[in-house]
Design a protein around this ligand. Sequence first.
Ligand SMILES: [Zn+2]
Length: 368
Amino acid sequence: MGSAFKIGRIRGIDVKVHWTFFLLLLFFGYLGFQESQSVTGTLVTVLLVLALFVCVLLHEFGHSIVAQRLGLEVPDITLLPIGGVARLKSLPEKPWDEVKIAVAGPLVNVVLAPIFFTLAFLIGVDLSTIPSLITAQQSTGGALFYLGTINVALVVFNMIPAFPLDGGRVLRGLLATRLGAVRATDISAAIGQALAFGLFLLGLLGGQIILALIAVFIFFGASGETQMVRQREVTRGMSVADVMGVRRRTETVTPYHNFGQVLDLVVHGYQTDFPVVEEDGRLVGMLTRAEIFAAVHSPNQYRGVRDLMRTDFPVLSPEADLFTDGNRILQESGLRALPVCNGGNLVGMLTVDDIGQANLLRDLRKSR
Ligand SMILES: [Zn+2]
């Protein structure tokens, strides 16, 4: 999330606040002043907004702590004017884990609500007019009662089965135990988007702009999450070793080959990038199509592999994840092929063609 300030770190989780949150404080401070015409009233209103967001933060910590217990990394929680977002580094793999994490947030508010109500009634509250955020500053009981209702609202709103709200995650987790992650995500995202559309209309017709904005947030959140899950499911477990040189063995050259011998390999083979290997099997360089083609038209062609090869290139591990690591490193290198080494020994080569084949396979699986 861009433009968010870090305000602290709790249990290894960065707590961040989006800058628009400060606008929200100013806005409600202004409304509080209009209502109370006093500095105290203004400050209490601002404090109430802060207290409300502490409840949201505790809700997010509910998710985060359960996620951490289940072995997932939670890098940060960001507070936005429309609520909080606890970012998980990866999605939970087991459907029941997702349900547990999703339920933990609202559960915090289920615990908080009766505490605020009890305190409000102990102190005394006049319920002839139900306190709102703006009027709650008039009495301590009213403020506490207001915080109780906010916690109820947080439970009710978050349990709407609209993805990516908690209710949507619970729905997906429950569906996934029977239908598998992809179908469960598709179904819950469709339900979520239909509900988001309904909320959007409701917000527009009822003049509730915040509700309409939240609906837009839900709508796009759902499609982003669907893609993430699909990507994960169709590429699950594919490693560099699964695709490298599956269709052929990798030809290598030594630093002592001359250019004529290399050209011979290019013309009579189907390989244009060659790992350069010493006689003892050590990988010492890469001779790529770029160097070979450049040398054809230059006096360089009279030189040996040692003079032409590049020595600065990444090496892949056969166990590396194909799409997250293999493909990324290959793309970043700007080369068409990278050597794959196991403990310093060349075991193969990953090429852009291999990635292309794997993509085809992936699309096939996807369409199934
Ligand atoms: Zn939540």
